[in-house]
Design a protein around this ligand. Structure first.
Ligand code: SF4
Length: 428
């Protein structure tokens, strides 16, 4: 979501005549697009803002702007201006479209801006200019905000309530992206499964996916993120039947303990979650299932943690984003008793070890088989090699020229190493 928002910021700047530069010393404007989902992300953003102070001294005309989730927290905009007086523009998540005006005002009258709109249902904007940086893949927002209020999460406070884009606008953008040559489109939303609930025209995520699956051609569609309470069987059926919608579902479990899931306000039980996983595996046997898991949530006991390990072993995720719970001011969980950091550290280490074992085991199953891979980029630090993903979302590195980027190739996997697969192109 943040990467795509940065593309929109770059789109506004490109429209104004700015172009990308590779060295910050050459920049006329630096925009920090911040995240506050975890304490670390916030600290890193503040550290990065602090690190450009000297550039402002060297170039008095340099414009520094800070936007994104961090600025939307209560009082954050003014605190930023006080602690970092060299920052010229601070914009909340609902004020991004005002960036151009703020820059013009600053250039013309040296006036700085702090604009934080606290409306939790701001208007959905259409026709935004996007400077896409993601190669063969294009991100496509289908909705914004979240209504779920998981007790650990700051997102509903800084991103507002759910607002869906009209299906016709999404379909137009989808077709335009295909016309522009993108081979993979990822539908984005904090909880894509509740797409359309706020519209009064009967739109739903299943309906949107169904329309998208009718578009013929050689391309792929992914989506993120799904909420387990809302991922319904209709969506699973559409994925199973559609050749373009990837067999790849990201389904955050967060915890395997019913007690913790309830404290997190997740609105599902481990049994309900496992039933959904069974339904996915029955309809889409080769589905790559990934997840987010948090350890160290308030009140988590060793028994609760064992329930999480049990889910990991049962589901066999192809990969998992694992986190230690991070206190977020203003959320309900911040007021709960916190568990000692050394306990969380021990649990995250054991969780990662368990998941790594499973990832390795699943990677081995790919060896000797041929998969269609969308070649996405040059392989990092491997001259003469390129990389791409299988339909199930696994990364594959193989020998090939840059001209393959953007095309589909068949690759025989001959080696696996943890989450990475290596292979050779084979003829059809
Ligand atoms: S579903 Fe929960 S974790 Fe996800 S964005 Fe909404 S509140 Fe946060």
């Amino acid at each position: 979501m943040n990467i795509h928002e940065s593309e929109k910021i770059a789109g506004i700047l490109e429209d104004m005549g700015y172009s990308e530069c590779s060295d910050e010393k050459d920049a006329d404007i630096i925009v920090f697009n911040t995240c506050c989902i975890r304490d670390n992300a916030e600290k890193r953003a503040l550290g990065n803002i602090g690190a450009v102070k000297h550039l402002k001294k060297e170039n008095k005309n340099l414009i520094i702007a800070v936007v994104g989730c961090m600025t939307q927290q209560e009082g954050a905009g003014l605190t930023l201006r006080e602690k970092y007086p060299y920052v010229d523009i601070v914009l909340g998540t609902n004020n991004l479209h005002e960036l151009e005006n703020c820059i013009v005002r600053l250039r013309n009258s040296k006036k700085k801006s702090v604009l934080i709109d606290t409306n939790d249902r701001p208007q959905v904007r259409e026709g935004e200019r996007v400077y896409r940086t993601s190669g063969t893949n294009a991100w496509l927002n289908i909705m914004y905000g979240c209504n779920n209020f998981c007790t650990y999460c700051i997102v509903p406070y800084v991103r507002g309530r759910e607002r869906s884009r009209k299906m016709s606008n999404i379909m137009d953008e989808f077709k335009r992206l295909l016309d522009e040559g993108y081979k993979e489109i990822t539908l984005l939303g904090q909880n894509v499964n509740s797409y359309g609930h706020d519209l009064d025209d009967g739109s739903s995520f299943a309906g949107l996916l169904s329309e998208i699956s009718k578009i013929k051609g050689k391309h792929r569609v992914r989506f993120m993120t799904s909420h387990p309470k809302d991922l319904n069987r209709e969506v699973i059926d559409i994925i199973a039947e559609s050749p373009t919608i990837c067999n790849n579902i990201h389904l955050p479990i967060q915890s395997g303990s019913d007690k913790i899931l309830q404290l997190m306000n997740r609105h599902y039980t481990r049994d309900y979650y496992l039933e959904t996983i069974d339904a996915i595996k029955a309809k889409i046997p080769d589905c790559g299932i990934t997840t987010d898991i948090m350890v160290g949530f308030p009140y988590e006991t060793e028994e609760d943690f064992q329930d999480t390990l049990d889910i990991v072993r049962r589901v066999k995720y192809s990969s998992a984003f694992t986190f230690v719970y991070s206190v977020r001011r203003g959320t309900k969980a911040a007021l709960m008793p916190q568990i000692p950091p050394e306990v969380s550290k021990d649990r995250i280490t054991r969780l990662i070890a368990e998941q790594n074992k499973i990832t390795k085991e699943l990677s081995g199953l790919y060896e000797g088989k041929v998969y269609e891979v969308l070649c996405e980029d040059k392989a990092p630090k491997k001259e003469g090699y390129v990389c791409g993903r299988t339909d199930s979302g696994r990364l594959v590195t193989f020998k090939g020229e840059d001209k393959l980027i953007g095309s589909f190739v068949n690759v025989k996997i001959n080696k696996s190493q943890s989450a990475s697969l290596f292979g050779d192109i084979v003829e059809d």
